[in-house]
Ligand binder design. Structure first.
Ligand code: AMP
Ligand code: ZN
Ligand code: FE
Ligand code: FE
Length: 278
């Protein structure tokens, strides 16, 4: 049985490795299938394809969308969509703009809280990748406001600290429909620490296709709970390491270890195949 990692990040968002480096590392770890799921970007996936062919690993289309559900930001993984689908490309473009606007608002809030930081610095930190709070966190560390990225999130960048920021991310239903129309499938990312049982019911009712049961933040009983929830709701089960690159995240040691069997990838492909036929 082959192993798959369906949740990873690269320099195309807030990951540390380039897509080529990540793909090579995945091959070294013995993975058969990999999904690069950068935040609101498929640039990493597109860039990684060539290396994947070279080293002989299957790289499937993937992305981790941020979406709005019930006034909350949720992470929704999407897979196996047609990467040239106009609906998907338009959604990604809108989210890129939304993220830039959001970062400008975050910078203003930080300025009001006495932090000397400007948008261009954060933009530079994000390089050519999709901008996000980890890039602002890195500047806060560099300038000595905090000792670590984690502390930056706790003291400055949590949703509690930032307050209500209007963000133009798409609603979850729109994301699900767009991905499905593009022949793809969706899965609720890392539900473990985030949602009550009532929330989960509501999320499943949005029409999502799967649940990320396997994630480094899920201890065994939590994995079990979510795999049972997936089964009883006839949903796909997905899983991955949420690897961001050496030292960038608490989950990094789990790359190559937190994986999912390729029979689950096969189920995803069957659903995607049916959608592509219609
Ligand atoms: P954003 O994409 O701007 O909403 O930022 C969220 C991302 O920041 C998450 O996907 C994680 O990769 C990262 N993140 C969230 N909380 C923390 C934390 N406490 N320490 C380090 N990284 C975090
Ligand atoms: Zn991230
Ligand atoms: Fe996430
Ligand atoms: Fe992630």
């Amino acid at each position: 049985m082959g192993k798959a990692d369906l949740h990873t990040h690269t320099t195309a968002s807030d990951g540390f490795l380039t897509p080529a480096e990540l793909v090579k590392r995945a091959k070294k770890k013995g993975l058969e299938t990999l999904a690069i799921t950068d935040h609101d970007s498929i640039k990493g996936f597109l860039e990684g394809k060539e290396t994947a062919d070279e080293v002989g690993i299957e790289l499937i289309p993937g992305v981790e969308f941020t979406a709005i559900w019930d006034d909350r930001e949720v992470h929704l993984l999407a897979y196996l969509f047609d990467e040239e689908n106009e609906g998907v490309l338009d959604l990604l473009l809108r989210h890129k703009r939304a993220r830039r606007e959001r970062m400008k608002r975050i910078v203003s809030t930080l300025n009001r809280n006495g932090v000397d930081i400007d948008y261009d610095e954060v933009r530079a930190e994000s390089g050519r990748g999709m901008i996000g709070r980890p890039h602002a966190a890195a500047i806060l560390v560099q300038k000595g406001y905090v000792g670590s990225v984690n502390e930056a999130f706790i003291r400055y960048l949590s949703s509690e600290k930032l307050g209500d920021l209007p963000v133009e991310y798409s609603r979850i239903k729109e994301v699900i429909e767009t991905v499905s129309d593009a022949g793809g499938v969706t899965s609720i990312a890392h539900p473990g620490p985030l949602y009550s049982d009532r929330d989960l019911k509501g999320l499943i009712a949005t029409g999502v296709d799967g649940i990320e049961a396997i994630h480094p933040s899920h201890p065994w009983p939590v994995q079990k709970k979510f795999s049972e929830l997936a089964k009883s709701n006839h949903l796909l089960m997905t899983g991955g390491s949420d690897y961001h690159g050496t030292g960038r995240s608490d989950y990094d040691p789990y790359f190559g270890i937190v994986t999912i069997g390729d029979q689950y990838v096969a189920s995803m492909k069957r659903l995607s195949g049916r959608r592509k036929q219609n």
